[in-house]
Design a protein around this ligand. Sequence first.
Ligand SMILES: Nc1ncnc2c1ncn2[C@@H]1O[C@H](COP(=O)(O)OP(=O)(O)OP(=O)(O)O)[C@@H](O)[C@H]1O
Ligand SMILES: [Mg+2]
Length: 266
Amino acid sequence: MSGPAKLCVSNQKGGVGKTTIAINVAGAISARGHDVLFVDLDPQGNATENLGLMDAYDDEPPTLFDCLTDPEHRETVADIVREHEEMDVIPSNIDMTAAEPELTLSRRSGEQLSLVLREVEDDYDYVIVDCPPNLGNLMDNALFATQNVLIPALAESTSKRAFELLFDHVDALEYDYEIDIHDRGVVVNRIDVRKTQAREMVEWINAAFDDVPVWQIRERADVQKALDAGVSLLEFNPECDMCEVFRDIAADLDEQFGIEDVEVQA
Ligand SMILES: Nc1ncnc2c1ncn2[C@@H]1O[C@H](COP(=O)(O)OP(=O)(O)OP(=O)(O)O)[C@@H](O)[C@H]1O
Ligand SMILES: [Mg+2]
């Protein structure tokens, strides 16, 4: 395969676990020996903070905002890539709050991230993009650049409409840009198995998505603690039972993208 596997973690619904799933899937992919570039496309900068790079969020320009909105700054993206112990990171920045309206004014408004990534992506096996919680220009850029989506969702009935809105949006984008966007799986997150509604929603999602993998992540204090510590769950507590699910996701993505095993280096 030429170029890295690219995947965005998207759901316009807020607080469903996009950032959490993106970081932990990226960590699990990295643990398999792959080189990962993580892109925090959310102006909130949660992933940037949860990867311990808060100083980058307050950096002076040029930042990701300039790379996305000014073609002359595109190649400076190589200078803003930060190193994390598990992955490389293109951090978000306070300036990204102005990206939505600015992109509306630009030509080829949905293609800018794709053009920016071209400058650096050849150094990586995977590019993972964490999306903001709305159906705007930034999300379009993530969907266009990766053309692969992983969808986190909560085990509650509000998720049904969230899926509908997301797929309507993806369909429109596929039509407008003449591309195919692949649904690589759904991660039902924060499951509390004691709740009947949660169990019913997991069943509903499994039935609705019978042609893509559906993974289940439970509510775990260690998931939050890992984010606070600036690393993935696999790095924070490899013994946590949810690590196995993130390892499964990473292995399945390797298979879906046709990526060969890398021997774990001694
Ligand atoms: N499996 C889990 N167990 C415990 N806490 C979790 C779990 N998943 C997510 N959380 C917590 O829920 C909160 C919201 O998660 P997260 O930030 O990943 O959602 P998001 O979809 O990225 O939000 P936004 O829409 O604002 O970008 C975080 O504080 C996170 O620590
Ligand atoms: Mg988030």
